[in-house]
Design a protein around this ligand. Structure first.
Ligand SMILES: [Zn+2]
Ligand SMILES: [Zn+2]
Length: 142
């Protein structure tokens, strides 16, 4: 009877000595520097993945949830986009004033988060002007 439980434990990569918070990397406890939306199966719809700034791993995370303060009210979680960078978005949280850059990888397969992040740097500048702070900086240091 215990077997499914043990198999589940084995299936998740755990770093045993770290205490993890929701919103942090389940492997190393790092914070997300990027959020990516990908097509899942038809049953799941597009999934939101967070990319770890420390170990480069990624994990799936709720679409309406702030990775920092775990705010779950959609009214407090605005996402901003502009015409120039149609597949990049700023997913902000009004409660803790942090944001994560979100890249849409479901519309075409080409975008590479690192590249899209750099190309859409103006969105970071804009977000900072609005008083938001990025959870973890991207390659450009913003
Ligand atoms: Zn990590
Ligand atoms: Zn928050």
């Amino acid at each position: 009877m215990l077997r499914p439980y043990v198999e589940f434990l084995r299936s998740i990569p755990t770093a045993p000595d770290r205490v993890h918070r929701e919103g942090q990397c389940p492997f190393c406890g790092g914070l997300p520097w990027i959020s990516a939306r990908r097509d899942g199966s038809l049953m799941e719809g597009a999934r939101r993945m967070l990319g770890c700034a420390l170990c480069g791993g990624e994990w799936s995370f709720g679409r309406i949830l702030c990775p920092v303060c775990l705010e779950g009210d959609p009214a407090k979680l605005p996402s901003f986009r502009n015409e120039t960078h149609a597949n990049a978005r700023v997913e902000a949280c009004e409660t803790c004033k942090r944001y994560v850059k979100s890249i849409d990888l479901s519309e075409d397969a080409l975008p590479i988060p690192e590249v899209d992040d750099l190309v859409s740097l103006s969105m970071d500048l804009w977000a900072v002007e609005q008083g938001f702070t990025r959870i973890e900086p991207g390659l450009a240091g913003l």
